[in-house]
Design a protein around this ligand. Structure first.
Ligand SMILES: NC(=O)c1ccc[n+]([C@@H]2O[C@H](COP(=O)([O-])OP(=O)(O)OC[C@H]3O[C@@H](n4cnc5c(N)ncnc54)[C@H](O)[C@@H]3O)[C@@H](O)[C@H]2O)c1
Length: 322
């Protein structure tokens, strides 16, 4: 399963691997708006028409959109067939392809229909990043900053230094950074596969990020860009709560700037509306908003004591730019 953008780049190469094996291709339209039931049924249609049985394997070749939808198809086709991820965006390589969350969107909400279903393998070919648009690469770096904040210690310094030196698809430190991000995510998922405890920390920066995406109708920012703004906001909130040193808060902002990511909430955004959108988040518990806050790199935890008033007051300094 791949899409019309990725197929011309990598499909022929991949098919050579399956020479002598029945290999049918499902080509989906490119974009988050196609992560829906129509695309899902195109996959089921092809599987049925081409007589794929329970011993088949679905291979996702693409970014997080392809991975999520192909994974959901694999988890449901004939009650579950094998699944392999070949992620081709930085975001999918360090985040979406690891951990077994699959989903399609519903018109009323993103990722609302899905399953937990682990791939048999995740194959990361770093060469694919050479064709990835620069903006998509940078969006992936936001998740790397998130892992740096969750992990702390040497990894925080390593990501900070790499970003200060200008991290690109050609950087020599990129392979080990990607591998470490996967390992960090795997550690969280191993402890809490079904997202009822510790895995919630992977949501660092995402509550605000998701609300910004929804606010703008998913048109202004890529997911990683909205997460970058969310991370900066959480840095500010954590600092205003008296948890995080101001110096580290500035470091977080600087890492995002060095990654070429947005970090400010545009002036046009109404914080009242943003708060209301956050209250729709599916991670909400007992009708109370929970944010992952930062005490220091490596020490992050859930906080459900941030009131609407505090949020709006604290985030005045996060507003700027268009
Ligand atoms: N399952 C999870 O745990 C998880 C985690 C994070 C995000 N996600 C999901 O992932 C999706 C976002 O993923 P994404 O950021 O990878 O976006 P994406 O899948 O839309 O890919 C971004 C763009 O890059 C193109 N592309 C991909 N690889 C390319 C390459 N090597 N060369 C050239 N173009 C390439 C794609 O066709 C697309 O246009 C969202 O739907 C999000 O919900 C899932």
């Amino acid at each position: 399963v791949t899409n019309h953008t990725i197929a011309p780049l990598y499909l022929d190469y991949l098919k050579t691997v399956f020479k002598g094996t029945q290999c049918d291709v499902v080509l989906l339209d490119d974009g988050e708006e196609y992560k829906n039931e129509e695309s899902l049924f195109l996959i089921y249609d092809s599987l049925l028409k081409n007589k794929h049985h329970r011993d088949t394997t679905i291979v996702a070749l693409g970014g997080g959109v392809i991975g999520d939808i192909a994974g959901f198809a694999a988890s449901t086709y004939q009650r579950g067939v094998q699944f392999i991820q070949i992620p081709t965006t930085l975001l999918a390589q360090i985040d979406a392809s690891v951990g077994g969350k699959t989903a399609i969107n519903h018109p009323l909400g993103k990722n609302m229909i899905g399953s937990f279903y682990q791939p048999k393998a995740v194959v990361v070919d770093l060469n694919t990043l050479h064709t990835l648009p620069e903006r998509e690469f940078r969006a992936g770096l936001a998740e790397m900053v998130k892992y740096a904040l969750l992990e702390g210690k040497d990894f925080y310094i390593k990501v900070q230094t790499a970003l200060a030196n200008g991290l690109s698809a050609d950087s020599t430190e990129l392979p080990s950074l990607i591998a470490q991000c996967c390992q960090i995510k795997a550690n969280y998922v191993e402890e809490d596969e079904k997202d009822i405890g510790k895995r919630a920390l992977l949501n660092l920066g995402h509550t605000i990020g998701h609300a910004l995406e929804a606010y703008s109708g998913y048109k202004t920012w890529l997911h990683g860009e909205a997460v970058a703004i969310g991370l900066n906001c959480i840095g500010i909130l954590s600092c205003k709560l008296g948890l995080l040193e101001e110096k580290i808060q500035h470091e977080i902002k600087q890492m995002l700037i060095n990654a070429g990511l947005p970090y400010q909430i545009p002036k046009s955004i109404d914080l009242n509306q943003l708060w209301n959108l956050m209250k729709l988040d599916k991670k909400i518990l007992n009708n109370q908003l929970r944010f992952v806050v930062i005490e220091k790199p490596g020490v992050c935890y859930l906080n459900n004591a941030i009131s609407e008033e505090f949020f709006k007051e604290a985030l005045v300094t996060a507003i700027g730019g268009e």
